[in-house]
Design a binder for this molecule. Sequence first.
Ligand code: 5AD
Ligand code: FES
Length: 360
Amino acid sequence: MTKSIGQILKQEHFTQKDIVQLLKSSKEDEKILFTKSSEIKLKYIGKYVYFRGLIEFSNLCKKDCLYCGIRAGNQNVNRYDIANEQILKAAKFAYDNKYGSLVLQSGERSDKIFVDRISELLKEIKSLSNNELGITISLGEQSEETYQKWFDCGAHRYLLRIESSNKELYQKIHPNNKDHSFEKRMSCLKNLQKIGYQTGTGVMIGLPFQTYEDLANDLLFMKEFDIDMVGMGPFIEHSETPLYQYKDQLMNLNDRFRLTLRMIAVLRIMMKDINIASATALQAIDPLGREKALRIGANIIMPNITPTAERANYLLYQNKPCIDEGADDCTNCMEARINMADGEIGYRQWGDSLHFGKRQ
Ligand code: 5AD
Ligand code: FES
């Protein structure tokens, strides 16, 4: 016998079957789900929304993920690598504008020059902000030694999406080679956690071949792994990638959008005190997508502060929003958006994952 949504929401733990049911909710049930997840957010997290100024400093990437617009095999990308001075200028902008934290993100590289350069940048960002700016990095799979080095230089959070916790699906959407295995991704996540990073992961929603059961397992994986932060967003097909061939088999964009909101709501109920980012990809589908996610459970937003000239070249997916605005415009626009979603901005605060604090 199927349970009612009321029965499921009263439970302490959800099974895979419960989660699938929640993800497939009717319109009426969805309202009940969202009411519950926003109540939980307000109770455990409050209404503060934290900014992480996002600097996408380079689109050079050695990997070849089958979904990603900046994959090494895409010859149509204008490759760029922003000079250190520009990156530091963006960091200073974030600091002067009372952002609590930064995210440094780029395509994946692991040569020594790159590793040392990041170490230097981390130290300089710490110093220009009197140690006040929190720094999240999102620089892909690296050796344990490199992760440790960057941690020692001042990074304290790391984002590495598992993309899908289903190993077979993971293998279908990544090139099948030694350098890009599911096991390697898992061991990177474990190393990050062991070193002491606040560890963030996430998945794409609406991938070809992905089932509701896969998505339910993704949420159970995050809980089991005891993750501190999550960023998950809809998959958006990019015409210059191999996965584009499946475009006619995908769920429509609006359904991917709704499903992402449901994933966020269910996760908020399952993991009450983690940080959940409102993914930029939501806004590529619905102009108010990120605000909707904040209302129902997310508490982190990543305004793009990458120097404008290069934004249009960091297209992991098409129709990416905010590629013409300057960093100033992004901040003002964010403020208005967050007020609209009844949130308040946590200026000058790191906004660490409460969950991480309790794990220590
Ligand atoms: N659609 C949605 N998200 C994507 N990402 C990469 N390509 C796409 C796409 N086509 C996400 C991946 C990656 C993050 C930086 O961006 O999940 O981890
Ligand atoms: Fe660069 Fe996936 S294509 S990490």
